[in-house]
Design a binder for this molecule. Structure first.
Ligand SMILES: Nc1ncnc2c1ncn2[C@@H]1O[C@H](COP(=O)(O)OP(=O)(O)OP(=O)(O)O)[C@@H](O)[C@H]1O
Ligand SMILES: [Mg+2]
Length: 237
């Protein structure tokens, strides 16, 4: 079985500047893959170029065995690629169900959206408890949950998460991580970009270490984490 999502020999950046240089990654169904590395190493750019939010200079993207290189973001999202950006990932002036609604624009009919929201509340009862709150009034952890939940409304096969633990304290971080593990166990493929190397490698099966736009190391997450030299050199631990 080929991986559900493959990015091959990616060169990407902004304007004329290539930031990510010749990076290849892949994720399977039911697998969490981590992309870690220092600030500015191109982790967000790698995710963004997939959806056309950064410029893809070269390389190919395969989804479910088909070449989807350069496909418009709304089509990719309709076809099952969910994306949670690093910043501005909820609508602060909308309530939780309104935010979820915004994630479901492709779903036909109110009933389908209602069912979608019900399923989401099963996975995230924390959100149902606060459903009348504006997203802007949620705690950091709740907000990240909402961002993930919104991306799940179109029932994706793959989830791309850009720093879902950013600035969260340990408790909400572990809540998010246990949700992600459950989502994975339900068969989803997850790519998680994280500054928190230890946590990202703890829930992922495999990892890629990006340094200055290139892949410095890749492999089994446990092994990556246990390589002393790499920890200091690349991971800043
Ligand atoms: N919109 C943009 N236009 C031009 N350059 C950008 C843009 N966004 C990011 N960059 C540059 O690209 C490089 C890589 O940024 P990127 O956001 O991909 O890094 P990152 O690994 O996600 O970092 P962080 O861990 O801080 O989120 C940085 O040097 C950054 O300044
Ligand atoms: Mg980033």
């Amino acid at each position: 079985m080929p991986s559900i999502l493959i990015m091959k020999n990616i060169i990407a950046g902004y304007g004329d500047v290539a930031i990510v240089r010749n990076v290849s990654i892949a994720v399977d169904k039911g697998e969490i893959v981590a992309i870690v590395g220092p600030n500015g190493s191109g982790k967000s750019t790698l995710l963004k170029c997939l959806l056309g939010f950064a410029r893809l200079f070269q390389g190919q993207v395969f989804y479910q065995g088909r070449d989807v290189t350069g496909m418009a973001s709304y089509r990719l999202i309709n076809q099952g690629i969910g994306y949670v950006p690093q910043i501005n990932n909820v609508f602060p002036n909308l309530t939780i169900p309104e935010n979820l609604d915004m994630g479901a624009y492709h779903r036909k009919g109110r009933n389908s959206i209602k069912t979608g929201i019900k399923d989401i509340y099963e996975m995230f009862p924390e959100l149902e408890e606060r459903k009348n709150s504006l997203a802007g009034n949620l705690s950091g952890g709740e907000r990240q949950m909402l961002a993930i939940a919104r991306a799940m409304m179109p029932q994706p096969q793959v989830l791309l998460l850009d720093e879902p633990l950013a600035s969260l304290s340990p408790k909400p971080s572990s809540v998010i991580l246990s949700k992600l593990t459950k989502i994975k166990e339900a068969g989803m493929a997850i790519i998680i970009v994280e500054q928190n190397v230890k946590k990202a490698l703890s829930i992922s099966k495999r990892g890629y270490v990006l340094v200055e736009g290139t892949c410095a190391m890749e492999g089994d997450s446990e092994l990556l984490f246990s390589q002393e030299g790499s920890k200091q050199q690349y991971l800043g631990l």
